[in-house]
Design a protein around this ligand. Sequence first.
Ligand SMILES: [Zn+2]
Length: 68
Amino acid sequence: MDDKNLKTCPFCGGQAVFVPLSTCSGYIACVDCNIAIKTVWDDRLNKVENGKTWDEKAAKMWNRRCEK
Ligand SMILES: [Zn+2]
């Protein structure tokens, strides 16, 4: 499965999108709920893992939150 595949919003079922803030940070937000449930990732605050980009790691966090 593609690491950058985002599950739909766990609250409203809306589309989730990547919102880059820089080359190494950004967040994922639902287009309907927007910032209320965003998942933030910043490589400057977290260890870089296997050369993955911020969006792949943020997507993993987002998808994990959806699996409840
Ligand atoms: Zn939503």
